[in-house]
Design a protein. Structure first.
Length: 212
């Protein structure tokens, strides 16, 4: 039986190749523009699954925000530190990461939760929601579907993936105290047959500000 690879192993191997294929998803760029328009000056932003730091951390730093990126891949963290020196990056797992006490004005999560099981995905959504300060935002994207422990080959690597459907994401975030502002699905075809076309689910949510 072929050993399935962890997310850290896959992304250590992919390195900047991942950015070449997935660094210019149009809807992700639009989501970042949406977020930048709404953040206060110098906002504290967490980029979960920060990869090479581009486009997410780079765009947010360029807009003047204080960005922390976390990623399970040591190679990705090293690359991000070189490419986006204005942000802070650390090797960490969303399932065990300890945020600062003040939390964040926004959390971005673009496709980092797929190489884990469904219960961990749900727990990660709860954790990320809890890190958002009142009035702050969550912007996330994933490949949706009620998928449990599916063995696939992705970019030439054997991995086991899971996900939640769009409806499950919405229920989970609402139960975690967030207000979903809007969401949408789209299709993306990477420029490499090893990746294959994907359906993407984008969700924009906020933690309501405390009453005055």
């Amino acid at each position: 039986m072929t050993r399935r690879k962890s997310a850290a192993e896959v992304f250590d191997a992919l390195g900047e190749r991942y950015e070449e294929l997935f660094g210019s998803v149009p809807e992700q760029v639009e989501a970042l523009d949406w977020l930048v328009e709404r953040l206060p000056a110098g906002a504290r932003v967490l980029d979960v699954g920060s990869g090479t730091g581009r486009p997410t951390a780079e765009a947010l730093v360029r807009a003047g925000h204080a960005v922390t990126g976390i990623d399970v891949s040591a190679a990705m963290v090293e690359t991000a530190r070189a490419l986006v020196p204005g942000a802070r990056f650390e090797q960490a797992d969303v399932r065990t990461y300890v945020p600062p006490a003040a939390g964040f004005d926004a959390v971005c999560s673009f496709f980092p939760l797929l190489v884990m099981d469904q219960s961990d995905i749900a727990a990660a959504l709860d954790r990320m929601a809890s890190w958002i300060a009142p009035g702050g935002y969550l912007v996330l994207a994933t490949v949706p579907g009620d998928i449990r422990g599916l063995d696939i080959e992705w970019m030439g690597h054997p991995v086991t993936v899971s996900s939640l459907s769009a409806e499950q994401h919405l229920r989970q975030l609402t139960a975690a105290g967030l207000e979903v502002l809007h969401h949408r699905t789209s299709s993306f075809v990477p420029a490499d047959p090893l990746a294959g076309p994907e359906e993407h689910f984008f969700c924009f949510a906020t933690r309501p500000a405390r009453p005055a």
